[in-house]
Design a protein around this ligand. Structure first.
Ligand code: 5GP
Ligand code: MG
Length: 172
């Protein structure tokens, strides 16, 4: 695997997208506090930028879902970390790094609904619609991308590259 040194989405483009995305989410929340459920580990860097741009009160919670080994989607999603705070009656915003097959987000939104949340919305930094294997769509999307395996700004390949400030394509 080789990192394409030219960013697919530059650090500047990532930062420039944040205010509009945060504005959409803030308007959607209409003043009600949100539980921001950050999906570990890939969404951590995005979420830390995003919450600071929101105009609503937020609580941070974390969940971990595993469906990926290396580049191959396994199809099976396991929720290994879940929030401890009760979600009953709360408005939950799930923050994902990337919406690929959609299996992770389906598993998480189902779980959150099952907890009795008042509403569940999904924000994905990146969306690869060409790879979708489920009926889910993000309520808020940062960027739509083609079918590349990407790393950086939180996204990893076997735990590497998360620290890169931009999104890069990892080429075979
Ligand atoms: P899904 O369940 O939608 O197929 O996959 C979601 C998860 O797969 C993401 O949260 C992410 O961890 C991983 N994933 C999917 N596509 C990519 C990609 O292009 N790059 C990286 N680094 N991870 C990906
Ligand atoms: Mg990953």
């Amino acid at each position: 695997m080789r990192l394409n040194p030219n960013p697919l989405i530059s650090a500047g483009q990532l930062q420039a997208r944040l205010p509009a995305l945060a504005e959409e989410i803030s308007r959607g929340a209409a003043g009600t506090p949100l539980v921001v459920l950050v999906v570990l580990k890939g969404a951590v860097i995005f979420a830390s930028d995003l919450v600071r741009a929101l105009r609503v009160e937020t609580e941070l919670e974390f969940a971990r879902a595993r469906s990926y080994r290396g580049c191959e989607s396994q199809g099976l999603v396991e929720l290994t970390v879940l929030p401890e705070t009760p979600l009953r009656g709360r408005h939950v915003l799930i923050v994902e790094d990337i919406l690929d097959t959609g299996r992770t987000s389906v598993a998480l939104t189902d779980w959150v609904r099952g907890q009795g949340a008042a509403s569940v919305r999904l924000c994905a930094l990146l969306d690869k619609p060409s790879r979708r294997a489920t009926a889910i769509a993000a309520d808020y999307t940062g960027f739509v991308i083609d079918d590349h395996f990407v790393v950086g700004y939180g996204l990893d390949y076997d735990e590497g590259y998360r620290h890169l400030p931009a999104i890069h394509v990892l080429e075979p």
